[in-house]
Every structure is written in C-alpha cells, then in structure tokens.
Write a protein that binds this ligand. Structure first.
Ligand SMILES: [Fe+2]
Length: 162
C-alpha cells in the first residue's frame, strides 16, 4: 500500500449554531486563539502557537455557523468527536479540573481507553460537538492502565438486535 507523508490532522472544521458563543467557549475555556473571522458565519482558531504578527489565518479549528443543532453525536453520521493531544495524563487532569471549575459538562472520563491506553476526558462544546482531550500513558502508568475500559456498545445496536 502506498504511504503518503501525512504530518497529522491540520485542522477540524465544525458547524455551530451560535458563532460568538462557540468562539467564547474555545478561547476562554479551551485556550484557543482567534486567528481570523469572516462575517457573518466563519471563524478560524489556532492553539496559540503562532506569533501575534502572523498575517495568515493558520488554524487548527474552523467554525461555520449553521441554523440547526444536532447533538446526537453517538448515533449520527459524520463527526463523532475530535481529540486534542496534550503532553501527559497530568495535563488531562489539569484540563478536567479547569472544566469543572467553569461548570462545563464532562461527558466521559477522566479514564483510560482499552484500545490504546490513552488517558482522556470528553467534553461538549455549546453545540454538542464533542472534544476529547487526551495523552498517551506509558508502561510506568501501571495503576492508570489497570483501569482501562472499552467504550460501551451504542444503544441503537442493542435496541435493533433481535
Ligand atoms: Fe477518540
């Protein structure tokens, strides 16, 4: 199979129903930086890694405002969630505390995924888009790895099974 030189996911583009509210959430809660905005319906945000003098709107997250919300991420087609990687499990805990302090709903975690032993926490943005903040664990994270769990089987599958 041909292998291309992918460097990683450059950005995720999501639809939101209130652009201003979404920008507020991603900047004040998750620490993103607004790179550019085009009225009336688009904004581009970065992790904050670019200099203030940067003229191009390099971004890691793009937002488009749409009229309707669909927050059933667990059984809709399309995006389930996107994951932001931080340095260590300690960073995940720090973000989880920060989310709790701001009264943001944590929908899963902190915990460890059985498939790859990553430590994670899941949160919803104001539109029900799901963001996972995660870090790799190492062999020395014995206790954490012992708590690893598989994601539950989705309800619609249980309901449609005869
Ligand atoms: Fe994930």
């Amino acid at each position: 199979m041909k292998r291309f030189n992918y460097r990683g996911v450059n950005h995720v583009h999501i639809n939101v129903t209130d652009l201003k509210k979404a920008i507020d959430f991603y900047t004040t809660i998750l620490g993103f930086k607004l790179a550019g905005r085009r009225d009336p319906d688009k904004a581009w945000l970065s992790f904050g890694q670019y200099s203030d003098t940067e003229k191009l709107w390099y971004h890691n997250l793009a937002l488009t405002e749409v009229p309707e919300r669909n927050d059933r991420y667990w059984d809709r087609s399309g995006l389930n969630h996107f994951a932001l990687e931080v340095e260590s499990p300690k960073d995940v805990d720090e973000i989880a505390d920060h989310l709790r302090t701001h009264g943001i709903k944590i929908i899963r975690g902190p915990g460890v995924h059985a498939e790859d032993m990553t430590y994670h926490v899941y949160v919803e943005d104001p539109d029900g888009n799901v963001i996972e903040v995660m870090a790799n664990t190492t062999e020395s994270d014995t206790e954490l790895r012992k708590s690893a769990q598989w994601a539950p089987v989705r309800k619609w599958r249980e309901l449609t099974r005869s």
